[in-house]
Design a protein around this ligand. Structure first.
Ligand code: ZN
Length: 360
């Protein structure tokens, strides 16, 4: 009897242990499930962060300033990188190293392609037109052609432009005149320096220049390209050429700065005692050519004449505290120059939100 009782108890004990073990496993499993559930809830409720994609676009390329009562809008057509030694072959390697380092730059240096829109209150005048996105197979123009979209972003329509003044015959300054075979600015009068466009537009001079080049194919293409840009304006009697220094509209006059090209022309904009010189291609790279205006560019037709004009205009600008704006200076390409230990120092415009004269 005793033995039987003991066997029964030990048997019961074995069952009790198994039952406890099963209960423990069940509790652990429940605890794990609960923990996993809680973690899922926590991660579900917490915001998840993924790596943000790189964007690579910039704000629309327009910048405004008031010049007296005139509103100036700088318009960017693009930025193209140039190797300094190729762009400015007269600069020594030491000069390049020193000046780029001083400006915090490295080769190749991005050069802006800028145009300038002037609202005189009576007229809307555009100085140069960008590339028009043409010749994009050339490394000098690839990626440019944004002027029209930046004009729109700045709040203007091409139809509103009354006059266009051309600095010179560089394709990055006149390419935007047309869209296809049509006028990109249907209501604008185009005014351009005679010396600059004679060989493209005067049949006699065109033939003579072609013969002189031995009917060089590249030259022929260039003549055709330029001729086609002006053709629809000439047909619509919206083209005028001029020579030298003259007032084109109240507050804007041409200023002969021949050298970069035979008829290279700058424009002087004046309103209520403030003056802006629109330089065209008189200075291509601020980091190099303000410090040493004798440095000439590979694109200068007559490098010495271009250098003389650069020095003349910089002296005038320093003496009179004029604003300067350059077609290839870093956007918006507007600023002042000051005398420096070596040559001049470029001081870009301080970012501002323009106010009308009456609001100042
Ligand atoms: Zn240019």
């Amino acid at each position: 009897m005793v033995m039987e009782t003991l066997q029964l108890i030990s048997g019961l004990n074995g069952e009790i242990h198994l039952w406890r073990l099963a209960l423990m496993i069940k509790n652990i499993r429940n605890a794990v499930l609960l923990a996993v559930g809680l973690l899922l809830v926590i991660f579900h409720l917490a915001p998840t962060y993924a790596a943000a994609p790189v964007v690579t676009t910039q704000a629309p390329g327009f910048y405004r300033m008031m010049l007296g009562d005139f509103e100036i809008t700088a318009l960017n057509d693009g930025v193209i990188a140039y190797d300094t030694a190729e762009l400015l072959p007269s600069a020594t390697p030491k000069q390049i190293e020193k000046s780029l380092h001083a400006a915090g730059l490295m080769d190749p240096v991005g050069m802006s392609y800028n145009a300038y829109l002037i609202n005189t209150g009576k007229k809307l005048v555009l100085i140069d037109t960008g590339t028009g996105g043409k010749l994009s197979n050339s490394p000098f123009f690839a990626g440019a052609g944004r002027l029209m979209s930046n004009l729109g972003a700045a709040g203007y329509q091409p139809e509103q432009v009354d006059e266009i003044y051309i600095t010179h015959r560089g394709q990055d300054h006149i390419g935007g005149l047309t869209i296809g075979v049509n006028r990109a600015f249907p209501n604008a009068l185009i005014r351009a320096p005679t010396q600059e466009f004679d060989i493209f537009l005067d049949p006699g001079k065109r033939e003579a220049a072609l013969a002189k080049s031995n009917h060089n194919e590249k030259f022929k293409e260039w003549i055709q390209f330029t001729h086609d840009l002006f053709k629809p304006y000439i047909k619509a009697r919206q083209f005028e050429s001029f020579s030298g220094d003259l007032e084109l509209t109240p507050g804007i006059r041409s200023l002969a700065t021949y050298g970069h090209t035979p008829g290279h022309t700058s424009y002087v904009v004046e309103s209520t005692g403030q003056t802006l010189f629109i330089l065209g291609d008189l200075v291509l790279m601020a980091a190099m050519q303000f410090a040493d205006p004798l440095i000439t560019s590979a694109f200068d037709g007559d490098p010495q004449a271009a250098s003389i004009q650069r020095q003349r205009i910089l002296q005038l600008a320093v003496k009179n505290n004029y604003w300067l704006a350059g077609s290839h200076l870093s956007f918006p390409g507007i600023g002042h120059v000051r005398p420096a230990e070596e040559g001049y120092q470029w001081i870009p415009i301080n970012y501002m939100v323009p106010k009308k004269a009456a609001e100042k």
